[in-house]
Design a protein around this ligand. Structure first.
Ligand code: FES
Length: 652
């Protein structure tokens, strides 16, 4: 062809186009990801591109300075009024004159990638459910009568190729004044629809709308509810916030909430109302923090365990409290915000990820989406540690899942000096194996305590207790320092040679910190504390071990610790206790709140929803309660680290 060649980077897509073809037109024909909201009218500047200059030998192109057309009036006006970065052009105005290489910067791509903070499984590719479109609508005509909506829908279809667009009553109510105010030019936010729903107009603004639309991703946990408010178009997290789940007043753990519902008429409804009120409060809080109008939140994704899933939806979780633990539905759920009484845009789409099984919920599905064990070449064990541990084991061949009732000990509950992770809580512990003296760190103080277990800073801020990660480190360090035997019993002062070993009734305890001289608390680790952690870690390990049996392996290649608590556990101490299977320490990583990340992926990428629905179908569920070997593994795993499984790497 004698027509000029256009090569787009970074995609590498290329084609020949007649002289005078706008770059945006060429990009669309080649399927290059180049954004546009105004449809090529030189208003939105979403189509910005950078023409290359010079020798692009690898593309077989030499680019001359006049490869693109001169600036036209529209482009000049945009530049003088709004400014353009040096070297940038508007892709809808600049036309091709000669062979050229065109770079599409990330801001001009719809499907840009949001780089995740940690070295997590993968970046998130933005593929939003909602699109902003600027359109010019035909004015009404007495000779060809049609409604304003019909002409708007027609304009959307012709200019944007989006067919079958619907509108709710609130759009009809706003439509006529907005069209006239904008002189028949409007911007609409269109939810692109999904398997169950046609595309729908969510918002309409007169003229060109400069702003964006938002979505919310919520990890609805039994203890805390955490949400991320995201810009749906850029993928950026605008605000994050969390609240305690108000259902706690009906029971700390899930089973006590299920039984509250069984024992009290209307109990399930009360709990549904509580969690929805909590959600309303969280949304208000997060929108205020982000400075965002709640009505601009047009999409929401929720992940939660099966009991929270049912209670949030207003389904009595009774059946989940007894074998065979039948879910009302295990599939994903698509709703509207007003179905759940959420205080966001009333027609906002709500998506709940599918559940894996009666005990393995949408939160585990979200972890699977975030950590993608099904895409891992090496065998990965993913544990999401909370009151229940959700465990996934797999690789590209297959993925197995189970849950194990670890109880609340890892969160500091049932521990003498235990507390939630909050300022004042001991979170890190070291014990000198020779002197048996501890040093520790408390949350909110950026220093280790001195050898007396006390620093001026810590004293000033006040030590209040010990949190889950602190208790794990304390017990592991006690074991390493010989203060504790493999069965979990604390030695006496004579046996250990430490005055910190005290006799507490018929058993012994270790005094980690004695602040009584300063009017502070005395923090001890007692045998019942150790017993509680042994039970919790045995439940976690035996779940993982059971999946390894089913997979037919004795070792795993790597371990991912997920969950807010998982983020704070030290891999070394977890392994000393035998919480997780033996593995090289550098192969144990933390994924932070992977369930929350999974929710964010499903929010920002509409295709990820289909992906996780298919993945969940392929995950094999293992029910720990009916596996005879679970009990055996549990007993062995009660020892520190384990009475049956060797930990060769740990011991080397
Ligand atoms: Fe809007 Fe080019 S497409 S300015």
């Amino acid at each position: 062809s004698t027509d000029p060649l256009i090569v787009f980077t970074p995609s590498g897509k290329r084609g020949h186009f007649p002289v005078g073809t706008p770059i945006l037109t060429a990009a669309r024909q080649l399927g290059v990801d180049l954004d546009s909201v105004c449809g090529g009218r030189g208003i939105c500047s979403k189509c910005q591109i950078t023409p290359g200059l010079g020798d692009f030998a690898k593309h077989g192109v030499t680019v001359a300075a006049d490869a693109l057309s001169d600036w036209n009036a529209v482009e000049e006006r945009y530049k003088s009024k709004r400014g353009l970065i040096e070297g940038r052009r508007l892709g809808c105005q600049a036309t091709v004159q000669r062979d050229v290489v065109i770079d599409v910067p990330p801001e001009s791509q719809v499907h840009k990638q949001v780089v995740r903070k940690r070295a997590e499984a993968r970046d998130i590719t933005i593929n939003p459910s909602t699109k902003l479109c600027y359109v010019e609508v035909e004015e009404p005509d007495m000779h060809e009568p049609s409604g304003d909506l019909e002409r708007l829908v027609l304009a959307i279809e012709t200019e944007w190729g989006i067919e079958n667009v619907h509108a709710d009553l609130h759009i009809l109510q706003a439509l006529q004044p907005v069209l006239r105010k904008g002189d028949w030019k409007v911007t609409v936010a269109i939810h692109l629809g999904d398997e169950e729903n046609a595309p729908r107009i969510m918002h309409i603004w007169p003229g060109y709308y400069e702003g964006t639309v938002y979505g919310i991703a919520v990890d609805l946990g039994s203890t805390t509810i955490a949400g991320h408010l995201c810009d749906l178009l850029s993928g950026e997290v605008v605000a994050s916030s969390g609240i305690m789940n108000p259902q706690i007043r009906f029971g700390e753990d899930l089973m006590s909430r299920v039984s509250y519902g069984m024992m009290n008429a209307g109990g399930a409804q009360e709990m549904t109302q509580a969690v929805r009120e909590g959600m309303t409060a969280l949304i208000t809080q997060i929108a205020t923090e982000g400075g965002v109008d709640k009505r601009l939140i047009v999409d929401a994704v929720f992940v939660c365990n099966p009991v929270m899933h049912h209670l949030f939806l207003g389904i009595d979780p009774f059946e989940l409290g007894q074998a065979p633990f039948a879910l009302a539905t295990s599939g994903s759920i698509r709703l509207r915000a007003d179905d759940l009484g959420l205080n966001i845009h009333p027609s906002a789409r709500v998506y709940l990820l599918p559940c894996i099984a009666g005990h393995v919920g949408a939160d585990a599905a979200a972890v699977a989406l975030s950590e993608a064990p099904d895409k891992s070449e090496d065998l990965v064990l993913v544990v999401d540690v909370g009151t229940n541990a959700e465990i996934l084991l797999g690789n590209t061949e297959k993925v197995l899942a189970c849950s194990s009732p670890t109880g609340p000990a890892f969160e500091g509950a049932q521990i003498t000096a235990g507390q939630r992770a909050a300022p004042g809580a001991i979170e890190r512990v070291e014990i000198d194996p020779v002197t048996k003296e501890p040093r520790f760190r408390i949350i909110g103080v950026d220093a280790w305590s001195d050898e007396d277990g006390f620093t001026a800073a810590a004293a000033a801020s006040g030590i209040t207790g010990i949190c889950g990660s602190g208790i794990i480190e304390a017990i592991a360090e006690m074991r390493l320092a010989g203060l504790l035997d493999a069965s979990g019993l604390i030695g006496s002062a004579e046996q250990t040679g430490s005055a910190r070993s005290i006799t507490d009734g018929r058993t012994h305890a270790y005094v980690l910190h004695d602040g009584s001289a300063h009017g502070g608390p005395r923090i001890t680790i007692t045998n019942p504390d150790i017993r509680a952690i042994q039970m919790a870690k045995a439940a976690l390990y035996s779940g993982a071990r059971l999946l390894m049996d089913k997979f037919g392996v004795d070792t795993v290649d790597r371990v991912v610790l997920a969950g807010a608590f998982g983020a704070h556990i030290s891999p070394k101490h977890a392994m000393v206790l035998g919480m997780i299977p033996d593995a090289p320490l550098e192969k144990v990583t933390s994924a932070g709140n992977a369930a929350g990340t999974g929710a964010r992926i499903a929010l920002l990428n509409r295709d990820a929803r289909l992906e996780i629905e298919q993945t969940v179908h392929r995950i094999h569920k293992v029910e720990t309660a009916i596996e005879p070997r679970f009990q055996e593994h549990f007993v062995n795993a009660s020892a520190i680290p384990n009475s049956a499984d060797p930990f060769p790497i740990l011991n080397s």
